[in-house]
Design a protein around this ligand. Structure first.
Ligand code: AMP
Length: 361
C-alpha cells in the first residue's frame, strides 16, 4: 500500500530477488512505478479497485500508516476469506496512525513516554490546561508527521487560547521534554517471534524534519541496551510482524519514547550502504518468511536527507560529492522539488563519518 520512496526502495530490493511488486495508491508515475513496480491507481477507499488489487497479490505490506479505516477494514475482511498474507496487521497500522492509541500502547508495554492527555471532549478541553506541565505541545491525534499539526504552548493561557480555536477535537496534549538527543532503532520481527535489529542511531532534525542520521549513535552501553529492549517490548506487546522504526528522546539517563512508524523508516536508510542487509531486505524477509541472520553487522554510516530546497544536481557541491566514492546517492524519482519535500538522501560510509556533511548548508 503506497507508491512513494519507501515503496520504491522496497521494490529495488524485492524485484532483484525475483518478486513482482504491485503498488496501490492514487498516484500515477510514482517513485515505485519508476523502478518497475506495477501501479494500481485508485483512491484508497475505492472498494472495487482495492479488491481487484488484493486479488492480484500474495502478500501485502505498507509504506505509510495514514491509510483510511475503510481500506484497512476491506483488507482485514479480505485477509480472513483468502490466503493473502498481510504484515504488519491492520491493527498495528491503526495503533501507529493514532497518537493516543500509540502512546497508550507504550504505556501498556511499560515503555516510558511523555505525559499525554486527550482532547476528545468539551470536558477534556476545559480540564486539561490545569493538569498539564508547561511548555506543552498540542498535536493532532491523527494525520500528523514531520511536526505538521503541532502547536507549542508556553503557558496555560496560551493552551486555552489555542484550544479555543480548534475546529474539531481529536487532538492530544503532550508535555514538552527538553531532550539533549534523539535516537531511533530499526527492528524486524518475524512471524515465529524471532527479532533482528540494528544498533540505535542518533538523529538530528531541522525544522521538525529529519536532516542527519549517524549510525551507530555512540550511546552508552546501558542506553543502547534500553533503547533496543524498548523496541523489542513494543514489537511483542502489539504482536508486530514486519519492520518498524521507533524514535526516542534522551536526556542524561532518561529515555522517553516519542513514536513508531509501522514500516521502514527514514532514519534506517543508512542500512542501504552499511555493507550488510538493508531495512528493506528485512521488510521483504519478514513478509515472505525468508531466513535472516540473527546478527546484522553494519559499518558506520552517516545519512543526510535531500529536501526540495537542497535538490541541486549539477551544483559544485553535488559534483564534488559524486567524485568521492564513499558518498552514495539515492534519489526517489520525484520531478517537482518543493520545499520540505523528501527528494532523496546521501549515505556516507568512509573515514570520519561524523564530519561527512559538516560544512553543508
Ligand atoms: P513528531 O511528529 O511527534 O515526531 O514530532 C516531530 C519533532 O518535534 C520531534 O522529532 C521532536 O524534535 C519534536 N517534539 C515532538 N514532541 C515533543 C515533545 N513532547 N517534547 C519535545 N520535543 C518534541
Amino acid at each position: 500500500m503506497g507508491s512513494g520512496q519507501l515503496a520504491r526502495m522496497f521494490a529495488l530490493e524485492a524485484i532483484p530477488n525475483g518478486y513482482e511488486v504491485f503498488v496501490y495508491s492514487p498516484d500515477s508515475h510514482s517513485p515505485a512505478g519508476g523502478v518497475g513496480a506495477k501501479e494500481f491507481v485508485s483512491e484508497y477507499d475505492d472498494k472495487e479497485a482495492l479488491l481487484s488489487f488484493l486479488k492480484s497479490i500474495d502478500a501485502l505490506t505498507f509504506e505509510f500508516e495514514n491509510i483510511p479505516e475503510t481500506a484497512l477494514s476491506i483488507i482485514e475482511e479480505f485477509e480472513k476469506e483468502s490466503n493473502l498474507i498481510v504484515r504488519p496487521s491492520p491493527n498495528c497500522i491503526r495503533i501507529a496512525q493514532n497518537r493516543w492509541k500509540e502512546k497508550s500502547s507504550f504505556r501498556e508495554a511499560k515503555i516510558p513516554t511523555v505525559n499525554f492527555y486527550p482532547i476528545f471532549t468539551d470536558q477534556d478541553k476545559n480540564e486539561t490546561p490545569s493538569k498539564v506541565s508547561y511548555p506543552c505541545i498540542l498535536k493532532t491525534n491523527t494525520m500528523g508527521y514531520d511536526g505538521k499539526g503541532q502547536v507549542k504552548c508556553k503557558s496555560k493561557e496560551e493552551l486555552i487560547s489555542t484550544l479555543s480555536t480548534l475546529q474539531e477535537f481529536n487532538h492530544i496534549v503532550e508535555e514538552f521534554f527538553p531532550f539533549t538527543s534523539e535516537a531511533s532503532v530499526i527492528i524486524a520481527r518475524f512471524q515465529d517471534g524471532t527479532i533482528s535489529h540494528f544498533r540505535p542511531s542518533l538523529n538530528i532534525h531541522k525544522n521538525h524534519i529529519l536532516d542527519l542520521t549517524f549510525h551507530p549513535g555512540n550511546f552508552s552501553p546501558n542506553i543502547e541496551k534500553n533503547l533496543v529492549d524498548f523496541a523489542k517490548k513494543l514489537a511483542e506487546e502489539i504482536d508486530y510482524v514486519g519492520v518498524f522504526g521507533i524514535e526516542f528522546f534522551i536526556k542524561g539517563d532518561e529515555i522517553l519514547c516519542n513514536e513508531f512508524a509501522p514500516r521502514p523508516h527514514n532514519s534506517g536508510h543508512f542500512t542501504q550502504d552499511g555493507g550488510s542487509l538493508s531495512q528493506f531486505s528485512l521488510q521483504l524477509r519478514t513478509l515472505c518468511n525468508l531466513p535472516s541472520p540473527k546478527e546484522i553487522p553494519v559499518r558506520a554510516v552517516t545519512m543526510k536527507n535531500i529536501l526540495g530546497e537542497d535538490y541541486k544536481p549539477g551544483s559544485k557541491l553535488w559534483n564534488q560529492t559524486l567524485e568521492n566514492p564513499h558518498y552514495h546517492l539515492h534519489l526517489y524519482g520525484k520531478t517537482e522539488a518543493r520545499k520540505g519535500r523528501k527528494m532523496g538522501h546521501w549515505n556516507y560510509s568512509g573515514p570520519n563519518p561524523e564530519s561527512a556533511f559538516k560544512d553543508w548548508e
